[in-house]
Design a binder for this molecule. Structure first.
Ligand SMILES: Nc1ncnc2c1ncn2[C@@H]1O[C@H](COP(=O)(O)OP(=O)(O)OP(=O)(O)O)[C@@H](O)[C@H]1O
Length: 598
């Protein structure tokens, strides 16, 4: 799968534009309206210099009385004001419509990106840097919105303005117009050099923003570790390096624009000086009136403005395209685990699980599970033990189909897991993992996860069941007690109990516990253990625990080593076998003994 790098092969522009246009389809009418308004503003911009010229010529006429001149001035000023008003009002509505379209499209894109990410498999999500995903869902749709609202319309407006003004200049005085155009090759050369540099500058800025976002989000999540290991200074240094890199890339961008704009201004000034020089001589020769010369002069100023903007807007367009490319990269990443079209809805689940010669690898060729077979009967409690990395957690992940296996078969109540709708299977499974994640909100939100069908009664029952009621009773707001981001205002034991309540509130047919009691104090562990004992015989339970004392009473213990099942049986049976389990047990037992002797 792609890692959504910033410098990947470009999509064909045509395909990109076609795809982008689809987002504009619902706003076709509004967009056409905005274009029409754009023509109105172009017209108002063009008519004023000409009107100024005509007015000046009229004022300098000798065969017109002063009263007539005053009247004409008043009428011309009034018409000018009306045109200006029209331009302002139309411009306002045009901007409003475009901004609305831009925000709507951004809104839709953000939603699409988020929904798509939510549907990716855990394996795919693990490969994605969070910071980059955040950029994909925030900055990139913003760039596209900017492209729709500002760039495209203004680019078109400027191209049209330039063409129309060129025609007007030619009509007013073609010799002077050609003189003005003499500087165009210089501008084109400067613009093409600018485009090359500014594109690189833009790209660097974007890459560095994305990198900084990635670093920031990772470090905020890992802040505790940073502080525990006194790494703050190092992290600050690293951040400083990235921050400096971003600032420098911004500087380079600013410099590129800073050089380009004065160059264009200088060229336009040369053209203006030439125009003034030859214009004045033409006026002296009587080939051009003063009024029309002034109109010409204003038009020359207006002619160079869009030229400068076009290059800049062309870059903004590239910026928008590049953001679109990145968003489409995310959207085009097909979820690697999807339900078959004819996948069945699991209506009930007795809790029977069977692995039949299962082979699985995260990375091609590196087998993590090798020919694993076992069967768990309804209401049985089975524990998996073994050395670190032997594949215990992997087995649990496969049961909820976080990954697909390469060989063999996993049966859920006798049905192949691949033929079952994942959501229907997960409805019957309660999971309690070592790393509990709590969302910001309230305790209630964290137990129901927004499911309106879960009543307060259900929550209370679940809380009593897992021993959370003891904590809830101490909190004045009870279930409404606020949970801060990631549950930082709770102890790990409390977080574990909330997650336990979250798991049992659905009355799961299968309860999965992966090192769920590893990080908690013995008092909370006892509470959880008691609840688990109650749950045994009413649901199937799969437990991974390093502390063997917690799984001794399981119906069966499966011992794993390097992706294979090496032993299986009850605690006493396994001890008698004098194998790996016996060794693991001895290790823990000796350690305990050692501790008591200290
Ligand atoms: N997402 C992943 N991508 C690649 N390899 C992985 C991934 N998750 C786990 N592994 C590898 O798979 C192997 C088995 O991991 P697993 O988590 O199943 O072990 P475990 O027996 O549960 O270990 P522990 O007791 O330490 O939790 C390990 O070598 C691990 O590095």
């Amino acid at each position: 799968m792609r890692d959504f790098q910033d410098n990947h092969a470009a999509h064909a522009d045509k395909t990109l534009i076609k795809r982008l246009l689809k987002y504009l389809k619902p706003y076709r009418g509004k967009f056409i309206g905005a274009f029409f308004m754009m023509f109105v503003t172009i017209f108002t911009n063009l008519v004023l210099p000409l009107a100024t010229g005509w007015s000046i010529d009229y004022m300098t006429k000798t065969d017109v009385t002063n009263d007539q001149k005053m009247l004409a001035l008043a009428v011309a000023t009034l018409i000018g004001l009306v045109i200006l008003m029209i331009s302002v009002v139309v411009g306002f509505f045009q901007q409003r419509i475009l901004q609305e379209i831009g925000q709507d499209v951004t809104h839709v894109m953000r939603k699409e990106v988020f929904e798509h990410i939510e549907n990716l498999s855990i394996g795919q999500i693990n490969l994605l840097p969070v910071g980059k995903l955040v950029t994909r869902a925030t900055n990139d749709p913003g760039n596209i919105s900017d492209m729709f609202t500002n760039t495209i319309v203004n680019l078109l407006r400027n191209v049209l303005m330039m063409i129309v003004i060129a025609v007007v200049l030619l009509v007013l005085n073609w010799q002077m117009a050609l003189l003005t155009f003499l500087t165009l090759p210089l501008i084109l050369l400067a613009s093409s050099i600018f485009r090359k540099y500014s594109r690189t500058a833009y790209r660097n800025v974007r890459t560095n923003i994305s990198e900084l976002n990635g670093y920031l989000s990772e470090n905020l999540s890992g802040m505790k570790i940073t502080q525990i290991f006194n790494q703050e200074e190092k992290k600050v240094q690293n951040f400083k390096l990235l921050n400096d890199k971003l600032m420098k890339s911004y500087y380079r961008e600013i410099n590129t624009f800073g050089i380009y704009r004065p160059i264009i201004w200088m060229i336009s000034m040369i053209a203006t000086i030439l125009t003034v020089y030859f214009g004045v001589t033409t006026v002296i020769d009587g080939a051009l009136s003063v009024g029309l010369f002034i109109s010409f002069y204003i038009y020359v100023g207006q002619f160079f403005e869009p030229i400068q903007q076009i290059s800049e807007q062309f870059n903004a367009l590239q910026n928008g395209f590049s953001s679109a490319e990145k968003i489409f990269d995310v959207l085009d990443t097909k979820p690697d685990i999807i339900d078959d079209v004819d996948a069945i809805e699991l209506k009930k689940f007795d809790g029977q699980i069977e692995f039949k010669n299962v082979w699985f690898s995260y990375i091609e060729g590196e087998w993590i599970l090798k020919d694993v077979s076992f069967k768990v009967n309804p209401n049985e409690t089975v524990a998996f033990v073994g050395a670190t990395g032997s594949g215990k957690t992997t087995i649990l992940q496969l049961i909820v189909r976080n990954y697909d296996i390469q060989k063999g078969q996993i049966l859920i109540d006798g049905i192949d897991i691949k033929t079952i709708k994942r959501s229907s299977l997960r409805k019957f499974v309660g999971q309690m993992l070592q790393d509990v994640f709590l969302f910001s909100g309230t305790i209630r939100d964290n137990i129901t996860l927004g499911d309106p069908d879960i009543t307060d009664e259900d929550i209370k029952r679940a809380s009593n069941y897992v021993g959370l009621d003891y904590i809830l009773n101490k909190l004045p707001e009870g279930l409404d007690h606020v949970v801060k981001e990631r549950g930082n205002n709770f102890s790990s034991g409390e977080r574990q109990l909330i997650s336990f309540a979250r798991a049992v509130v659905y009355n799961p047919s299968l309860m999965i516990l992966d090192e769920a009691t590893a990080n908690i104090d013995s008092e909370t562990e006892t509470i959880i253990q008691e609840s688990l004992n109650k749950m045994m015989n009413i649901s199937t339970m799969l437990i991974v625990a390093h502390r063997l004392s917690t799984i001794q009473h399981s119906d069966r213990i499966i011992v794993m080593s390097k992706g294979e099942i090496v032993e299986s049986g009850k605690h006493q049976e396994l001890l008698k076998q004098n194998g790996l389990y016996y060794n693991l047990y001895q290790l823990q037992y000796d350690k305990k003994e050692g501790e008591t002797h200290v």
